[in-house]
Design a protein around this ligand. Structure first.
Ligand code: GDP
Length: 227
């Protein structure tokens, strides 16, 4: 007998706030924040639109001149019991696939590195990876940078609808093995079919968890004896 999948949290409001060139220009309030990053064409805009249920929301990040900016969105999430949580989403610039991509190495990586290291409200980084392509050189650099900044990373595999169930499992296993993490830690998603988004334990539930997560404690915070 087929069992209906239990639905999880959903985004009930989403709005573009503003763009920033550097982390210093991002809002200074302490709204919990989740950053989204991935190589160009990984499906970042599509996933953001799907998660927010608003076609065209992330289009702003694709207009000329805005592609190299941090684009900030304010999301209101609602649980099945109507509890609400607010989260800011930072759409970071897309980068090339290989570390030989000069523009990425010289411009985007330092900007993203500065943001990850210096942004206090940041709760997690969602690293988007095309399920069929797997992890690239620059993805590894992003992971290392996030590790150094003590930012938890969620690996989100995109475009899962492009593979059949068996191939999907293998591709997921390959990404997990490549990163030395558990297979279950690689989230399978599709902006087209909505796989992995709305169900219990899907990506929107992950976002709701991040909205409640405590800020990271960094060694420098402890050394400085901040209140
Ligand atoms: P971005 O550059 O990372 O923002 O990528 P886009 O969201 O613009 O997507 C890049 C291409 O992949 C577009 O042609 C999308 O239609 C396609 N795409 C994105 N998400 C999916 C998905 O979940 N399934 C499929 N089949 N195609 C997708």
């Amino acid at each position: 007998m087929a069992v209906a999948r239990e639905s999880g949290w959903r985004v009930v409001e989403a709005a573009f706030e503003r763009s920033a060139t550097r982390h210093e220009d991002c809002p200074s309030d302490d709204l919990p924040e989740v950053a989204v990053v991935g190589r160009s064409n990984v499906g970042k805009s599509s996933l953001l639109n799907a998660v927010c249920r608003q076609q065209g929301l992330a289009r702003v990040s694709r207009t000329p001149g805005r592609t190299q900016l941090i684009n900030l969105f304010r999301l209101v999430l609602q649980a099945p019991d109507k509890t609400r949580r607010i989260l800011r989403c930072a759409d970071l610039p897309g980068y090339g696939f290989a570390a030989t991509d000069r523009q990425t190495r010289e411009r985007f990586a330092p900007m993203i590195g500065g943001y990850l290291a210096e942004r206090p409200p940041l709760r997690a980084l969602c690293l988007l990876v095309d399920l069929r392509r797997g992890i690239g050189d620059l993805d590894r650099i992003m992971l290392e940078t996030a590790g150094e900044a003590a930012v938890p990373v969620l690996v989100v595999a995109t475009k899962s609808d492009k593979l059949g169930a068996a191939e999907r499992g293998l591709a997921r296993q390959r990404i997990a093995a490549d990163l030395g993490i558990a297979k279950a830690a690689v989230r399978l998603t599709s902006a087209s079919s909505r796989l992995g988004l709305d169900e219990r334990g899907g990506l929107v539930d992950d976002l709701a968890d991040f909205a409640e997560a405590p800020p990271r404690t960094r060694a420098s915070d402890e050394d400085g004896g901040a209140a």
